[in-house]
Ligand binder design. Sequence first.
Ligand code: PMP
Length: 313
Amino acid sequence: MKGKNKDMVFFRGDFVPSAEANISILSAVAQYGMNVFEGLRGYYNHDSLTMNVFQLPEHISRLLCSARMLKFKLDPAHTQAYIEQKVKELIKLNAHTEDIYIRVCLFLDNFWGWSSQDPVGLIINTFPKDRAFTDLKGLKCCVSSWRRINDSSFPPRIKAGPNYLNSRLSLLEAKQNGYDYPILLNDRSTVAEGPGACLFIVRNGSLITPPVYASVLESITRNAVIDVARSILKVPVMEREIDRTELYLADEIFFVGTAIEIMPVESVDGIQVKDFRPRPITREILKHYFKIVRSESEHFARWNTPIKMTQEA
Ligand code: PMP
């Protein structure tokens, strides 16, 4: 283990400067993108000098599920507890004093073969990260001409790098056409999700989100928002298919995800979302979400893993 410089990563069982974490150009991950990964956020509390990692066990558990579905043969040392421990150690080592993003990746570290199952490398890195879309109050969205990948060919439930081909195509198309963010439909032509976030709409006081079988990632933020809405706001939540035209009638629409956090949608296909202002339910969700992740709420404290960032801790 080397000294503190905010640029250390966990790689092949050790903490090394990121410049020294190199893989072969011939590896299955370099050639075919054979990896599964997680993105997590850590929220720094300047008063308690604590980094609160949001939903750490849930993310590592989903990482291991993704590896299982792709039949990666993990190093027996790479247990849930071990990976969580290495995330915590890396955060302390990098001594961050700001909000951060944490990436944890399992990848096929062999030569060539996309059907090989091992050896599986583990890499963890951390870096400072602010809000996404700091310049925007709401997203101008379009319904993408690209369909979301589906469970019978390219399961969105597996959080693998190659899934982001579909995300990339839809996001770049949306931007080229002057929108901020696309909404993808699934094979049944109902709403799936965004390229990197799940979607909620509000209609007549109820919160509605596509079910987990609608070609979506089983999002950790989505689950958190459902819990906040039901148990704090007492707002009814429905997990059901959403038609495209419901996007045009919705009172409020917002995206949720680790990177995007809670992000309101201003318009879809040029149609203004009805209650984009004042968006009462979105505002309440957003308020509680940030109180929870910053450990300022009496609710759901268990979702945070606190890491004391002082030397003596
Ligand atoms: N859908 C997709 C396609 C994503 O990439 C993400 C971001 N991981 C999400 C949804 C949101 O998932 P989570 O809340 O677990 O970050």
